[in-house]
Design a protein around this ligand. Structure first.
Ligand SMILES: [Fe+2]
Length: 254
């Protein structure tokens, strides 16, 4: 079985063994929640295509035990998701996709920050009027902008995708709109993007780049776990995005 050491890329003593995470010294084992074929059928281009029983594993609340208090006190949560490499018909493995809710009494939504630890990712973001795609490699950070639903695709037919995220732990994601329309506005397939005809509109696919954004405490050249532990205030935009609307606009301009 393949073992990949993820310490350098993540800043945590973790390894990838096959398609599972192994936790090292100073960490407690986290039991992942799996996303099943039965659940995923609702968002597949071809729900009848042959597929494995489990699509991906979500390890929620991953941390060094010594950091847990600090992470909680700063309204953050660190998760790791693993998407094995396989196709369902002509569609590569992907996440279900969801929107985040609005921050109460504001006009904005909670964002999220992703980081690739191993493999390759495409993040598909939609907000009704725009459809954005990040193409991301190990070390890259991708901001799930407020108000955008997001689906993650593992475009590789060989390598599992391992990705981490920092997010505010106090909301529940909304899977309903994506489920109702059988996935996002576009399906990524091995032959390119294919329109999901259940939508009235399919805005053009726009490729955007991952980038360092020091204003939000992170850089593509460093792992984001230790950055947030060292300077959690720099990550306050995750729990209080309403204070950072100008910064989100700057991020989009670049
Ligand atoms: Fe999310």
């Amino acid at each position: 079985m393949n073992i990949t050491d993820l310490r350098k890329i993540s800043g945590l003593p973790i390894k990838l063994k096959g398609n599972k995470l192994v936790f090292g010294k100073g960490m407690k084992k986290v039991v992942p929640e799996g996303r099943t074929r039965e659940r995923m059928a609702a968002v597949l281009k071809n729900p009848k295509a042959k597929a494995p029983k489990e699509f991906y594993d979500m390890y929620r609340d991953v941390a060094m035990e010594k950091d847990r208090k600090k992470i909680m006190a700063n309204n953050l949560r660190f998760d790791i998701t693993i998407l094995p490499a396989f196709n369902v018909g002509d569609e590569p493995n992907k996440t279900f996709g969801h929107y985040h809710p609005k921050v109460p009494k504001t006009k904005t939504w909670w964002p999220e920050l992703y980081e690739i630890l191993s493999g390759h990712a495409h993040y598909l973001l939609q907000n009704g009027s725009e459809f954005l795609v990040f193409d991301a490699k190990p070390g890259d950070k991708c901001l799930m902008l407020p108000g955008f639903a997001h689906v993650t695709v593992n475009p590789s037919s060989k390598e599992p995708l391992v990705m981490a995220n920092w997010v505010y732990p106090g909301f529940k994601s909304n899977y309903g709109p994506i489920e109702k329309l059988q996935g996002a506005q576009w399906y990524e397939t091995s032959k390119g993007f294919v329109k999901n005809k259940k939508y009235k509109k399919n805005p053009p696919v726009q490729l955007i780049s991952s980038k360092s954004f020091p204003e939000f405490g992170y850089s593509n050249s460093r792992p984001m776990y230790p950055d947030a532990i060292k300077n959690p205030k720099k990550f306050e935009w995750l729990s209080k995005p309403q204070k950072y609307l100008k910064k989100f606009a700057e991020y989009r301009k670049q």
